[in-house]
Ligand binder design. Structure first.
Ligand code: SF4
Length: 288
């Protein structure tokens, strides 16, 4: 997913996905990457004002902002705090492009705002979905929306003219690697126009948490799953997400075949040339 700046209104995430790499950042704060990550949340109440200040600086060059690169910007706390919404209002006022990454149906609350951004080619939504199995999803991503509601949210977004794609990430060896074609098919049916895939990578504390989870929820697959993760890990983040070795290559081939068969395109480009201070477009029209 191409972007220039990452922005995250929250630190920690109530969705509690066991594989989440952002858990590491809580550990860096001296908090537990387990429960604390899911329950001790930090919000950035001035995020929208900071965005406005940044855009106002002389010499600021617009680039693609990605909202939710580390934690979900539409996790439940957003319902009350509305920080993501306030950021989107600033982005729209400045005609600044943005990509949103989420698993949450709360995004539909802001449909009108999203529709306006999309109408000016300023928005793409990347919806994360790794399996259609409700029970597995509930165990892996305990407080995120289930696969059905996510697909319906994608459908509503696409129906409103908002470009939406499916992020099949992370593919979890043995547990969800059989789901590539079905997830892509369901997402395409729901209106996703592009698809992305990434393999599971486990580092630091997340490795231990995931291994514990496997021992409890999928003991028969644990050893093979961890062996596959180790075998596919690359030396850089980008390499790791792609994966290396024959197993990763086989998954990439299946993904590419299904993507082509289902007629997925690429993630649309966003416009950078519309960036301007709020209100300046109206003035031009008055004197035009
Ligand atoms: S929704 Fe995203 S940020 Fe939140 S726990 Fe899951 S993977 Fe992490």
């Amino acid at each position: 997913m191409p972007f220039d700046y990452g922005a995250n209104p929250y630190r920690g995430c109530e969705h509690g996905c066991i594989y989440c790499y952002a858990r590491e950042r809580h550990a860096e704060l001296g908090l537990s990457p387990g429960l604390d990550f899911e329950s001790r949340l930090f919000d950035k109440p001035h995020a929208a004002a900071l965005l406005h200040k940044t855009f106002s600086r002389a010499g600021y060059k617009p680039g693609i902002i990605a909202l939710g690169t580390a934690t979900d910007c539409y996790q439940p706390i957003e319902r009350a705090l509305k920080i993501t919404r306030a950021m989107l209002e600033v982005l729209l006022a400045w005609h600044h492009p943005v990509r949103i990454i989420t698993k949450a149906t709360l995004i539909l609350r802001d449909l009108e705002l999203l529709r306006e951004l999309a109408a000016s080619h300023l928005l793409v939504v990347h919806f994360s979905l790794i399996t259609l199995d409700d029970e597995l999803s509930r165990r892996l991503e305990p407080r995120a929306a289930g696969p059905g509601p996510r697909l319906r949210a994608m459908e509503r977004l696409a129906g409103a003219g908002v470009p939406v794609g499916v992020m099949l990430a992370p593919v979890i060896p043995i547990l969800t690697d059989g789901d590539i074609e079905t997830v892509l098919g369901a997402a395409r049916h729901a209106g996703a126009s592009f698809a992305e895939m990434g393999l599971l990578r486990l580092s630091g504390a997340v490795h231990g948490l995931f291994a514990q989870w496997l021992a409890e929820h999928a003991p028969d697959s644990a050893r093979r799953c961890l062996a596959r993760v180790a075998e596919t890990a690359g030396s850089s983040m980008a390499q790791s997400l792609q994966g290396q070795g024959p197993y990763a290559h086989m998954l990439q081939q299946r993904f590419a075949l299904a993507r082509r068969r289902l007629g997925f395109g690429v993630s649309p480009d966003l416009r950078l040339d519309l960036f301007r201070p709020p209100g300046s477009g109206q003035q031009l029209e008055l004197f035009g």
